[in-house]
Design a binder for this molecule. Structure first.
Ligand SMILES: Cc1ncc(COP(=O)(O)O)c(C=O)c1O
Length: 473
């Protein structure tokens, strides 16, 4: 090898950090379309979300390029339990950087990963004691499936999952994610049994008739399906059936965990403990990518408990990376110090009460209000069949995703006219998902309700017409 020549590799046309921060909307749009996802831009344009550039974010609010505050009732599908840029979480991260702490923890043990694993075991009931770290909910769910599959053994490779489930989009968990859109025409492995969510008889029949079933995977509260819960009786019977048939229960708490439901884990409402669970989203404190699979010690030991099996699914390059771990450690401390789990329970009840008030006021628009803690679904009536005649030609021209479903129109008005952000639901287009940060206060709920009340007071004809008018502007 010769001596490397200095400075001969030309620098490509790179944007700087400062240029990234100060980029204007037209350039953002062009780069998003050229390099990221032109199809997704289509939906952003449809709803008017392409007109917003977020400059900062603090607490319950985003702040856009016009210094307008946007109240965040979307909460990144449950990723923002602590709100935006929580000061304690920011301070912990800054101190970590200033002290020049190490990040990659593959050669040596990491004190940060060890402390976080301890904390998660302390937050988890029963002997959910063994922790695997990853960077996304999908990765944590992949780890959950793999630990359960190995513990169940090669004679019991089948996995039960629920209708309308969402467990991620990576290739392994796609087998148990029930969305046609996400599955596309990918080759799946089979070896799965699909049951209706919350149907204990279907589960019992499956366990009884197929001794190859070794694992069942369920979201404790289905998020993507439109905030669907099952009663305590279901979960207790499920635990008993799993014990009876020797099936391992994996509880996906990626969206509903970490206090969102008013308990640390949503399954704690029902007095039962799964064999394996998974957390992600808010575990990163709203600042970083952090996810965890937590397994009962005996399940973990069966799967990977010997020196020979220990490395079969040891952590990936960024599993347990330093700054992500200390962010999560601080986040868990904040969760308890600021009583955010209790706040989620009480404010969630208040939000549901206020939404039920709106349902009484607008019974022809709102079909149902449901949820647990600050994980709330607001379902509108499907108006594809009952749509006023005057609207039919207008709606016929709109994108398929908007036909018959009010949330697209309402979400768009809430953002444009009131600076309020809400989330849509892929599997049920009539449901608005509300997952505000757990730092939410009554005044934020009141602000949200006032905005929604005003939009709903326009009535269906004006809601749709206003939307179309904004499209042609
Ligand atoms: C219940 C559930 N499981 C898994 C995932 C996948 O998480 P991620 O998007 O971080 O891969 C999600 C994401 O929305 C989820 O809601």
């Amino acid at each position: 090898m010769g001596t490397a020549a200095v400075g001969v590799t030309p620098k490509p046309d790179l944007l700087t950090v400062e240029q990234a921060k100060s980029m204007d909307l037209p350039l953002m749009t062009e780069l998003f379309s050229t390099h990221i996802n032109p199809g997704q831009l289509h939906f952003m344009k449809l709803l008017g979300f392409n007109k917003v550039k977020i400059e900062r974010a603090e607490g319950m609010y985003y702040i856009d390029q016009n210094s307008r505050k946007i109240l965040d009732f979307f909460g990144g599908f449950g990723s923002l339990a602590f709100g935006h840029n929580h000061p304690r979480i920011l301070a912990a991260r800054m101190a970590f950087q200033e002290e020049k702490r190490h990040e990659i923890a593959m050669a040596f043990m990491s004190q940060y990963a060890a402390a976080l694993a301890h904390n998660l075991a302390a937050c988890s009931p029963g002997d959910l004691d063994m922790v695997f770290f990853g960077s996304s909910g999908s990765e944590a769910m992949e780890a959950a499936l793999k630990v359960a599959e190995r513990a169940a053994g090669p004679k019991r490779p089948k996995v039960v999952y629920a209708e309308n489930s969402f467990h991620g989009k990576t290739k392994g968990v796609l087998n148990i994610t029930d969305g046609k859109l996400y599955r596309g025409e990918f080759q799946l492995t089979g070896n799965t049994v699909r049951v209706p969510f919350g149907d204990i008889e279907a589960i019992e029949n499956a366990f009884k008739s197929d001794p190859e079933i070794g694992v069942i995977v369920l979201e404790t509260i289905q998020g993507g399906a439109g905030i669907i819960t099952a009663p305590t009786e279901f979960w207790q019977k499920l635990r008993a059936l799993c014990n009876q048939y020797g099936v391992l229960w994996v509880a996906d708490e990626v969206q509903c965990g970490l206090g969102r439901s008013g308990r640390f884990y949503a399954f704690e409402h029902h007095g039962v403990v799964p064999d394996v669970t998974a957390l992600a989203k808010s575990l990163g404190g709203g600042k970083t990518a952090m996810a965890a699979m937590i397994a009962k010690r005996d399940v973990y030991m069966k799967a990977y408990g010997t020196p020979k099996t220990a490395l079969i699914h040891a952590m990936a390059t960024f599993g347990g990376i330093g700054e992500a771990c200390i962010t999560a450690i601080e986040a868990l401390n904040v969760l308890y110090d600021e009583h955010l789990i209790d706040n989620s329970a009480s404010l969630g009840a208040y939000l549901i009460e206020r939404l039920k008030g709106l349902q009484e006021k607008y019974p022809s628009l709102i079909k149902e209000v449901r949820g647990q803690g600050l994980m709330v679904g607001l379902e509108f009536h499907d108006f594809s069949k009952t749509m006023p005649v005057v609207l039919r030609p207008v709606v016929a021209m709109l994108d398929d995703k908007l036909k018959g479903s009010l949330p697209g129109f309402i979400g768009s008005h809430l953002l444009r006219d009131h600076g309020v952000l809400v989330a849509f639901t892929e599997y049920n287009r009539n449901v608005v998902r509300l997952e505000p940060p757990l730092i939410c206060e009554r005044a934020h709920v009141d602000e949200f309700i006032a905005a929604l009340d005003e939009v709903l007071s326009r009535g269906i004809v004006r809601i749709v017409k206003d939307f179309v008018k904004a499209q042609v502007k």
